[in-house]
Design a protein around this ligand. Structure first.
Ligand SMILES: [Zn+2]
Length: 286
């Protein structure tokens, strides 16, 4: 009996040590005393240029920002975009099928699952699928990092704090999505269009604030929230058109102690500063 307990204790200790090793490997997106960070890039025909990168470390949590790519994969595998999955309230869920809202999202199709960021939808539709095939697809299409293997069902739509990704890698994945949609890829188009309705979902507050900045048109967005100890850690990605310059701008915001929707509320000030700088440089050229 004592021997068994000893083994169990050792296993617990080992698990704790391993998770500590994993946690110490993360480079949070914010650094030092600051609790937020961002990356601002301008997208061109087939590339992007980082204009500002403030306080982002080398890696940051992926959160649910992988969901659009999970959706793209499902569409390529023949899942119809209109197929509904019922995300039930917490009490009626299966142990392995979870969602972040205790009330459940009810019936969601692919577009609604993206706009509401429904975990249950993705966990259900990936159940029984070959996760290795999905990882190979991500690697082939987006040079997905080997450090982020898709091993558990929750990995299909995102990773938490223990596993980071370079914010620029995420930016380039979203650029691929936009480019493929522009070239007429039907599945990429469906995903892009769904993300274009994000103002009806997790970015409603951001969109309301942005409606005062008429120089910008929102193209798409996605949010994610991971846990950092007992605190949330929010991630928000938005792509907008800066109308006067006809430029596409990508902004990725990270903020500790905020949800993804909350982290997005730092974006209007960053965008307004960007627009102001452009107006200033235009005046200087005259
Ligand atoms: Zn749900």
């Amino acid at each position: 009996m004592a021997g068994k307990l000893g083994t169990r204790k050792l296993a617990v200790l080992l698990r704790a040590t391993l998770s500590l090793i994993c946690l110490s490997a993360i480079q949070p997106a914010y650094s030092g005393e600051k609790k937020n960070a961002y990356l601002l890039a301008v997208l061109s025909d087939n590339n992007y240029t980082v204009l500002q990168r403030q306080d982002t470390g080398k890696a940051a949590p992926v959160g649910s920002l992988l969901k659009p790519f999970a959706a793209w994969y499902l569409l390529e595998k023949g899942v119809p975009a209109h197929q509904n999955v019922f995300c039930p309230p917490e009490k009626k869920r299966h142990e392995l099928l979870r969602c972040w809202t205790p009330n459940g999202h009810g019936a969601v199709n692919l577009a609604a699952a993206l706009v509401q960021s429904c975990n249950y939808y993705f966990l259900s539709l990936f159940a029984g699928r070959d996760l290795g095939d999905y990882q190979a697809w991500l690697t082939r299409r987006f040079d997905w990092p080997v450090s982020l293997p898709i091993e558990k069902p929750v990995h299909v739509y995102g990773f938490d704090l223990a596993n980071g990704i370079d914010p620029e890698r995420l930016a380039s994945m979203y650029l691929s999505l936009l480019l493929s949609a522009d070239k007429g890829d039907p599945h990429a188009t469906q995903v892009r269009n769904a993300l274009g309705d994000i103002c009806f979902g997790t970015l409603a507050d951001f969109c309301r604030t942005m409606s005062r900045q008429r120089e910008f048109r929102i193209i798409l967005g996605k949010t994610g929230t991971v846990q950092s100890g007992k605190k949330p850690y929010g991630i928000a990605l938005v792509v907008l058109e800066h109308i006067p310059r006809k430029e596409k701008i990508l902004l990725l915001c990270y903020e500790l102690e905020k949800t993804g929707s909350g982290a997005a509320l730092a974006a209007p000030a960053i965008l307004s500063r960007y627009a102001r700088e452009i107006r200033k440089s235009k005046n200087l050229r005259r």
